[in-house]
Design a protein around this ligand. Structure first.
Ligand SMILES: Nc1ncnc2c1ncn2[C@@H]1O[C@H](COP(=O)(O)OP(=O)(O)O)[C@@H](O)[C@H]1O
Ligand SMILES: CC(=O)N[C@@H](CCC(=O)OP(=O)(O)O)C(=O)O
Length: 289
């Protein structure tokens, strides 16, 4: 690219930089897109770019794959029901350790290494939770152990970071109402709960697929946009399964609660985040109401 082309690329981004200046964009960094540290570093550099450009990024991260690996190492089996990890008392200790001592500080370090400002905030300082009420297809209760849903958010730590232009990096744990004990929150739900609370301009889920796929085995079968009715249909017929279920459901909830735009984007694709924000068509799947 010659210097004039470089300048043109910057100028093309101008309307988007203007539109999103001082706006908040919540980025959910999925554990599935965190297997390769180099790819994660690329995303963190894009986040530093947003921060420097005067856009306020917030990161809520997952870490499902790393948690499963740590559980296996400890001789525990990883079981999921409807995209939620069955979390025994032994498992919650591993979940907390992997999220709080490994993944969260790792992301903060990467942002700082690129000259950005970031602070790690434990989800237990942000999210208030209750045990998730979960039912099987016949309506019978299914106990998932220490799995929670978010029933409230405490924003003081976030606000302090925000006002100082620091990117908050938040783990998907909640403090249980009444007991203060940690609850394991699916990171998609945690991200959507915070996005709703803050009414963010954009919620972007970064994962390891190009977006929502009509055939999960065929990466070229991208569904460009999806609404709740269609999502329910695809969950019922099994096209949407596993970790994609909480993603789609929480995305629609966030839209209904006033979040302006929600996208599923491939976190492994170089600059996926910037392409999503700074180009017209966007990439991946847009969730609509
Ligand atoms: N229809 C679908 N389209 C795309 N991915 C799907 C679909 N149904 C199930 N999936 C699965 O959902 C996974 C993403 O969810 P998950 O593993 O929880 O990711 P993350 O860690 O990013 O939250 C994909 O890797 C894919 O295996
Ligand atoms: C209850 C529940 O399922 N919690 C998740 C929290 C991490 C997460 O959601 O990570 P991803 O975004 O990488 O899937 C778990 O234990 O795996």
């Amino acid at each position: 690219m010659n210097p004039a082309e470089k300048a043109n690329a910057l100028i093309e981004a101008l309307p988007y930089l203007q539109a999103f200046r001082s706006k908040t964009i919540l980025i959910k960094m999925g554990g599935s897109a965190m297997e390769d540290p180099e790819l994660v570093a690329n995303v963190m550099r894009d986040i530093v770019f947003l921060e420097v450009a005067g856009i306020n990024p917030i990161v809520v991260h997952g870490g499902g794959k790393a948690i499963s690996a740590a559980m296996e190492k400890a001789g525990l089996e990883a079981n999921f029901i409807g995209g939620f990890r069955v979390t025994t008392d032994a498992a919650i200790d591993i979940v907390s350790r992997v999220l709080s001592s490994e993944i969260n500080p790792g992301l903060v370090r990467m942002i700082r290494d690129f000259g950005g400002k970031a602070t790690g905030i434990p989800g237990t300082d942000v999210f208030l939770g209750e045990k998730l009420k979960n039912f099987d297809s016949e309506g019978n209760p299914v106990d998932l152990g220490r799995v929670g849903e978010v029933v409230g958010c405490q924003l003081s730590n976030m606000d302090t970071a925000h006002k100082a232009g620091i990117v908050p990096v938040i783990s998907p744990l909640a403090s249980e109402l009444g007991t203060g004990r940690p609850l394991n929150i699916n990171a998609d739900l945690a991200a959507a709960a915070l996005a709703k609370e803050l009414r963010v301009s954009k919620l972007v889920y970064l994962s390891d697929v190009p977006g929502l796929l009509a055939d999960p085995k065929d990466p070229s079968s991208l569904i460009k946009s999806i609404n709740r009715a269609k999502a329910d249909e695809l969950i019922a017929d099994g096209t949407i399964s596993g970790g994609m279920i909480p993603k789609v459901r929480s995305a629609v909830d966030a839209l209904n609660a006033g979040v302006r735009k929600v996208h599923f984007v491939d976190g492994r694709l170089p600059h996926a985040l910037l392409l999503e924000i700074f180009t017209d068509g966007g990439i991946g799947t847009e969730v609509i109401r």
